[in-house]
Design a protein around this ligand. Structure first.
Ligand code: URA
Length: 327
C-alpha cells in the first residue's frame, strides 16, 4: 500500500481493508483503470442499506446500486462536447423518450383530455423555445448576475419549499470543481453545499489531496434548491436548473470536474449507466474532463468503498495534473 493511500484510509477512519476472498487487489495497486466489480458492489450496497443504523442513512438516491429511473433524466437540450478524445456525454434516445409525458393511453381516463395534434405540437414547441431562450440568457450572465438569478429563481416548484438557494461555494478561479446532487436539509438552512456529515467526509477527502474548499476548489450541485424530504430531483427540475451549473462551469473553466454520486453523474453525463461502470474512465462535459466517484453520503454507509473512492481521487489528481501540464 502506498503512503498516500494509507494516509487517506487513516483520515477516513479505515484501519483495515477487507476484501472479499478471491477478488483481485484493489484497482489503484493493480491497474489504475481496472474494470469495476459491479455485481459485488451492488451486493455490498444492498447489504449496507440493510444494516446501516437509521441516523447514518442518507437518502436512497445516493445509492450507486440503484439506477436513476429513466424518467428522472432530463431530455437532452445542450450542445454536445466537441471531440476531445475522451468519452463524451451522449444523450441516450431512451432518456429523451422517458422524460416525455406518458402517452394518453397510459393515463387514467379522467386525465385524458383530448388535445388536437397541431395544438399539442405548438405547445411543446413553445415550451422548448422558452427553455432555450432562458438557457441562452443564463449562458450570457457574468458571475454576480448568475448568483443573483439563482437566488431569485422561480423556474420550478422547488422555489416554494426551499429556505434559500444554494449557489455553491469556493474559488471562482478553481482548478477543481466538485458537483453533487442537490442541497439537503442542512444545506438548505445554511446556504452552502455539503455542510452535514457527508460534507465533513468530503472535506477530509479534499484534505488528503492537499485541497480545501475555497482554495482552488469550487463545490456545486446539479440542483440549487432542496427537493423536499430529500426526494429524487424530478426531470423538469434538472432541466430548469442545468443552465446554472453549465454557466458556472463555463465561467470557472476548471481543469477537472469530479462528480459525486450516481445521480449527479447520470444527470451530467446523460446516461443510465451504473456508477460502478462510470468510475475509472475519464468522461467529458462541455470539453472538460470528468471523473466520477461515490457520493460521500453513500461512503458513510458503505465504508468498504472508501478505498475505491481513493482510487477515483488518484485518477482525478492524475487528470488534473495532466490538464495543468497541457495548459
Ligand atoms: N448531498 C449533495 O449532493 N449535495 C449537498 O450539497 C449535500 C448533500
Amino acid at each position: 500500500m502506498t503512503d498516500r493511500r494509507a494516509r487517506f484510509l487513516e483520515v477516513l477512519g479505515i484501519t483495515h481493508e477487507w476484501l472479499p476472498r478471491g477478488l483481485p487487489p484493489l484497482a489503484a495497486e493493480a491497474a489504475p483503470l481496472a474494470e469495476p466489480m459491479e455485481p459485488m458492489e451492488a451486493v455490498e450496497a444492498v447489504e449496507a442499506l440493510a444494516v446501516a443504523p437509521v441516523e447514518a442513512m442518507a437518502p436512497l438516491r445516493d445509492d450507486p446500486a440503484v439506477s436513476v429511473p429513466q424518467a428522472v433524466l432530463p431530455p437532452a437540450r445542450l450542445p454536445q462536447a466537441a471531440g476531445t478524445g475522451m468519452e463524451a456525454a451522449t444523450p441516450a434516445v431512451a432518456d429523451m423518450a422517458a422524460a416525455r409525458p406518458p402517452a394518453p393511453s397510459a393515463m387514467p381516463p379522467h386525465a385524458q383530455v383530448p388535445v388536437p395534434a397541431r395544438q399539442a405540437v405548438a405547445t411543446q414547441g413553445e415550451a422548448d423555445g422558452a427553455l432555450s431562450a432562458r438557457a441562452a440568457g443564463i449562458a450570457s450572465l457574468d458571475w454576480p448576475a448568475l448568483e443573483a438569478q439563482v437566488s431569485g429563481c422561480t423556474a420550478c416548484k422547488l422555489c416554494s419549499t426551499r429556505t434559500q438557494t444554494v449557489f455553491g461555494v469556493g474559488d471562482p478561479q478553481a482548478d477543481w470543481m466538485l458537483v453533487g446532487e442537490a442541497p439537503g436539509e442542512n444545506e438548505d438552512k445554511q446556504g452552502e453545499p455539503f455542510v452535514g456529515q457527508a460534507g465533513k467526509l468530503l472535506d477530509n477527502m479534499l484534505g488528503s489531496l492537499g485541497l480545501a474548499r475555497g482554495n482552488r476548489v469550487f463545490i456545486a450541485n446539479v440542483l440549487k434548491c432542496r427537493p423536499p424530504g430529500n426526494r429524487n430531483p424530478e426531470p423538469e427540475e434538472v432541466v430548469q436548473c442545468e443552465p446554472f451549473l453549465k454557466r458556472q462551469i463555463a465561467l470557472i473553466r476548471p481543469r477537472l470536474i469530479v462528480v459525486l454520486g450516481r445521480f449527479a453523474a447520470q444527470s451530467l453525463l446523460r446516461t443510465t449507466t451504473p456508477i460502478s461502470k462510470l468510475r475509472g474512465t475519464v468522461h467529458s462535459y462541455e470539453g472538460i474532463p470528468v471523473v466520477v466517484t461515490y457520493h460521500p453520503a453513500y461512503l458513510l454507509r458503505t465504508p468498504a468503498d472508501k478505498a475505491r473512492a481513493w482510487d477515483d481521487l488518484c485518477l482525478a489528481r492524475e487528470v488534473h495534473d495532466r490538464a495543468g501540464a497541457e495548459a
